[in-house]
Design a protein around this ligand. Structure first.
Ligand code: ADP
Ligand code: MG
Length: 264
């Protein structure tokens, strides 16, 4: 199965551009002397079917970047395109529909609905998108994360790692163009984190998903094809297929620079 045509319906081919394109993206909080420039002009292309990790010191703009790229927050300036569609000019209701139909989300705190079963949690995005939940799709998504036997359980009956695997199945069930993950392994121990990262890696390699993951863990970042570094709201370099050690060394340099600036 080609990476470009992950859904078998030609959707991955459209436009031929990148999965995610940012041009001059700025995000400012407040105005005047007290304004915070969380993003200072980000230009970025993320190819289809790639896994990108985003790292940077605390306060460097990682969460703001993810929120803007995923259409959860509106930049103060610049444009964000997902699958060729400009999110920055869309009306809120269309943006919500696009997020439901074409994007997937995985969060540090899993964000499952405790009163729903695993199966109901996974099929929820189809329901929210106004589609009839397809039991075979739900079953396939659960099988992909190794939880086919747990469909009738509630999230509270599962371990943290299992809950995050349910969240990954929920993110993948609609066959999204892009999955955005904010610290998906932040609440997991190292072994469980590796399982979750292996599933995310497989979504990229096996299903052609485009994945963008914010993390502060160099080991998690080393699963990505490319690691982008943010410092003070701007891109501060990248590494292709790095080892955890290379990522840690780059982070130490950035964090040291941030401390020296703050102390000056
Ligand atoms: P990171 O995720 O890398 O820690 P954030 O994107 O959360 O960074 O924040 C970037 C900067 O923007 C920080 O200086 C933060 O204090 C500021 N910031 C984030 N959200 C808000 C907000 N809602 N109001 C004001 N400042 C904010
Ligand atoms: Mg953050």
């Amino acid at each position: 199965m080609g990476r470009r045509d992950q859904h078998g319906d030609g959707r991955g081919q459209e436009g031929g551009g990148h999965a995610v394109e940012l041009r001059g993206v700025r995000r400012q909080y407040g105005r005047g002397a007290g304004a915070v420039h969380a993003l200072r002009g980000i230009d970025l292309d993320l190819p289809h079917g790639t896994f990108t990790a985003v790292m940077g010191p605390s306060g460097s703009g990682k969460s703001t970047f993810l929120q803007c790229a995923a259409g959860l927050d509106r930049p103060t300036g610049g444009t964000v395109r997902v699958g060729g569609t400009d999110l920055t000019r869309m009306r809120e209701n269309r943006l919500t529909a696009l997020r439901r139909e074409r994007l997937g989300f995985v969060f540090q705190a899993f964000n499952l609905l405790p009163s729903l079963t695993v199966e109901q949690n996974v099929s929820l995005p189809m329901r929210l998108a106004g589609r009839r939940p397809d039991p075979r799709r739900t079953a396939r998504a659960l099988a992909q994360v190794g939880l086919g036997a747990h469909a009738g359980r509630r999230p509270g009956q599962l371990s943290g790692g299992q809950q995050q695997r349910v969240a990954i199945a929920r993110a993948l069930v609609t066959g999204p163009d892009v999955v955005f993950a904010d610290e998906p392994t932040g609440a997991l121990d190292a072994g469980t984190a590796a399982e979750v990262l292996g599933l995310l890696r497989h979504a990229v390699d096996g299903l052609g998903t485009t994945l963008v993951m914010v993390t502060h863990d160099p080991v998690a970042a080393s699963w990505a094809d490319r690691v982008l570094f943010l410092a003070d709201g701007a891109l501060a370099g990248d590494l292709e297929r790095p080892s955890a050690g290379q990522v840690a060394a780059r982070m130490a340099a950035l964090t040291g620079a941030a401390r020296r600036t703050a102390a000056a």
